[in-house]
Design a protein around this ligand. Structure first.
Ligand code: PRP
Length: 187
């Protein structure tokens, strides 16, 4: 029997809503309308970075009213998150070429910026028409490298957040809103 204090499910009362479902829905609709207008008549390919990006992607695509294609990538970062080396391994790559396409990355969060810097550089070598980024969340206090975010949902403080695709020890991705997570109580 695991120690209840260490079980992430037992910690649900440590979650405090930061961005509500309604706020996410409204902002996503605005981003979708802007993306639809900006890419009208273009060959648009949305690329989601798994796992965290899957919820935002699913909601965002349904607010975009122009034809588009979807693909997915999965990455693994080396080193502790706090002192990330910036070395990122692509563990699942796109299923097709991006040459001539307008690539729009869809991310749940830009934290240090290292993951997106690596991925954007990598995709640019494959000769897309252009590469841009749509991110739901941005934590400027954690920034190590500048990443231009073309479509941004929310800027958030330097707090650990979960929900809406983001996890703590792989849990809480299913929470329908963004919550901060308090430190574990002592004892
Ligand atoms: C998160 C997020 C981004 C990355 C951002 O993924 O989804 O891909 O971290 O961090 P950075 O700006 O510091 O590079 P994570 O590694 O937690 O994996 P997951 O999406 O599978 O949860």
């Amino acid at each position: 029997m695991p120690n209840a204090k260490r079980d992430p499910f037992a910690s649900i009362d440590r979650l405090r809503p930061l961005i509500t479902e309604e706020e996410i829905r409204n902002r996503t609709r605005e981003l979708g309308a802007k993306i639809s207008a900006d890419y009208k008549g273009s060959d648009l390919l949305l690329v989601s970075v798994l796992k965290g990006g899957f919820v935002f992607l699913a909601d965002l695509v349904r607010t975009i009213d122009i034809p588009l294609e979807l693909d997915f990538m999965r990455v693994r970062s080396y080193g502790a998150r706090s002192e990330s080396s910036g070395v990122v391994e692509i563990t699942a790559d796109l299923t097709g070429p991006v040459e001539g396409k307008h690539v729009l990355f869809v991310e749940d969060i830009v934290d240090t910026g290292l993951t997106m810097t690596y991925l954007m550089r990598n995709i640019k070598t494959r000769h897309p028409a252009d590469v841009r980024l749509c991110a739901l969340l941005y934590k400027p206090e954690r920034k190590l490298v500048d990443v231009p975010i073309d479509y941004l949902g929310f800027t958030i403080p330097n707090q650990f957040v979960v929900g809406y695709g983001l996890d703590y020890a792989e849990k809480h991705r299913n929470l329908p809103y963004i919550a901060t997570m308090d430190d574990e109580p002592p004892g």
